[in-house]
Design a protein around this ligand. Structure first.
Ligand SMILES: [Zn+2]
Length: 501
């Protein structure tokens, strides 16, 4: 960190307020940038001030004025302040002061949630047992440098250095959301937190048939994440933001068979792509994840054809990001690869596809209109999902759809009941754990939740962001009272089952 500037040059209240209207992740990008010498400065607000502890405190106190404060009385005492940066990251990242186990008082056995929150949770489990829930989209993150032993994971150095303040701050916000407190044990802490959220999902007292135990969530499909490869098939670590090996998710699934299913990731340009795909399949993996925007994959390229043929032969499903990406962008980003129309190639070759996030962010070129024009990615995906030829092979997951940038599409998605039978559930964890990304007050203001639901959801978030995400998506209500059917939250009958681990 650079030396502190005099207080007079810190951004003023009005300057911060001007930078704040969207109050989102972009806000961080707007507020923090670096000057030519690599100093962290406040940018785009008129006054370039070195961000020091006072400035961060000013940012945090400004954020307290945000309308979401109406729920603040439920968030209990402020998060322990271990320093201005930590407190800032905890504020926008993981604003938790309860553990998932605390939903039940161990001495009395009573549920500690408010009676209204208990009632709302009960209504969400009348037609599904927690163990039936399948989350098709749960991320694993790691840096591979744990003192507890290497996991083989990799994070781009930009996330770990103040030389890239915005990215580094984003990284710290993610760590906070995942409740990773010690970076030397970060990989281990990430997994232990996720497992605790899964296994302490909901108190049995809130289920139709209570028992003395806390009930676990069904399976979280945990995603591997391949490196970026060049068109020539060479590994390109400089442009790789994130790497999670297939072997790591396989090991985790074997260690926790009741909680995790492994989802592999194989870059189609890899020289050994087919062999790796066969190896994944032989190990029991049945879904392959791509994030083309960040991994540099053009799904419509003929380079992918041998890969698609092999996927069909092995009966594998492609879980693929659609729409814009803004989380995994440290080293490379090309949002043109999020165009849903690029999926015609794998679909026409017979590949079964799950389009992540129902393409609820960004716009792409509609190359099928004359002349081509830019339209929301969501509309392009809806077009494909409504075509008879893809009804048996094209699915979409509802992960991350409650992020503030995606709210404008939620009414239309809830109203599109004709495609609901091809939707599956996904949380995109740790996204729902990032307080600033999923703003309950914005969802309430958009008319998708009642105020009371909103208050209760903030309470539930504080204990368990996975339960929060599930209840939130079950309670979302469209203009004509439409909700997602319960089938969305269970294993989909047309997506081949996972081999037991
Ligand atoms: Zn994701």
């Amino acid at each position: 960190m650079a030396e502190a500037n005099p207080a007079s040059s810190l951004p003023t209240t009005s300057e911060i307020t001007t930078a704040r209207p969207a109050y989102d992740v972009a806000f961080l990008d707007d507020l923090l940038t670096e000057d030519e010498s690599g100093k962290v400065i406040a940018g785009k607000t008129g006054t370039a001030a070195t961000i020091d502890s006072q400035a961060l405190d000013a940012v945090v106190s400004e954020m307290c004025e945000f309308p979401e404060k109406k729920y603040a009385y439920l968030t209990n005492p402020p998060v322990a302040k271990r320093g201005p940066i930590s407190s800032f990251c905890n504020f926008v990242g993981g604003r938790f002061n309860r553990e998932p186990e605390h939903m039940v008082d161990t001495r009395t056995g009573l549920v500690t949630l408010s009676p209204t929150a208990q009632r709302i949770i009960r209504t969400c489990f009348t037609d599904i047992s927690p163990e039936e829930i399948v989350d098709y989209h749960t991320h694993i993150i790691g840096h591979g440098e744990d003192t507890s032993g290497s996991t083989g994971c990799y994070l781009h150095p930009a996330m770990k250095s103040w030389k890239h303040p915005t990215q580094h701050l984003k990284g710290l916000v993610f760590l906070s959301a995942c409740q990773v407190a010690d970076k030397h044990l970060g990989d281990l802490q990430f997994i232990s937190r996720l497992l605790r959220l899964n296994t302490n999902f909901v108190p049995s007292a809130l289920l139709p048939v209570p028992s003395p135990y806390t009930f676990r969530h069904g399976h979280n499909c945990i995603l591997a994440f391949d490196k970026l490869y060049t068109l020539a098939g060479e590994e390109d670590l400089a442009h790789t933001s994130l790497y999670v090996p297939n072997n790591y998710v396989l090991e985790l699934a074997k260690d926790s068979p009741g909680s995790f299913y492994p989802v592999g990731s194989v870059h189609p340009y890899r020289a050994d792509a087919i062999a790796e795909l066969e190896r994944c399949s032989s190990q029991g993996i049945s879904i392959i994840k791509w994030l083309p925007n960040s991994q540099g994959i053009d799904p419509s390229s003929e380079l992918c054809d041998p890969f698609y043929n092999k996927m069909v032969q092995l009966n594998l499903t492609l879980l693929i990001h659609t729409g814009y990406e803004h989380a995994v962008n440290f080293a490379y980003l090309n949002n043109a690869y999020g165009n849903p129309l690029l999926l015609r190639r794998p679909l026409n070759m017979g590949v079964r596809v799950i389009a992540a996030h129902v393409a609820t962010e960004g716009s792409s070129e509609d190359t099928e209109s004359v002349p081509p024009k830019n339209v929301p990615c969501f509309d392009l995906l809806l077009r494909l999902m409504r075509e008879e030829q893809y009804k048996q092979t094209l699915f979409a997951d509802i992960s991350a759809i409650t992020g503030f940038k995606r709210i404008p599409y939620l009414h239309r998605l809830l109203a599109a009941t004709d495609i609901h039978s091809n939707l599956v559930y996904g949380s995109d964890y740790p996204i729902p754990a990032i307080n600033i990304v999923v703003s309950v007050s914005k969802i309430v203001n958009a008319g998708l939740l009642t105020y009371q639901d909103g208050v209760c959801l903030k309470e539930i978030y504080n204990y368990n962001p996975l339960l929060f995400d599930f209840i939130l998506k079950r309670r979302l209500t469209g203009e004509n009272s439409q909700r997602f059917p319960v089938s969305v939250f269970k294993k989909h009958s047309k997506i081949p089952p996972f081999r037991p681990f």
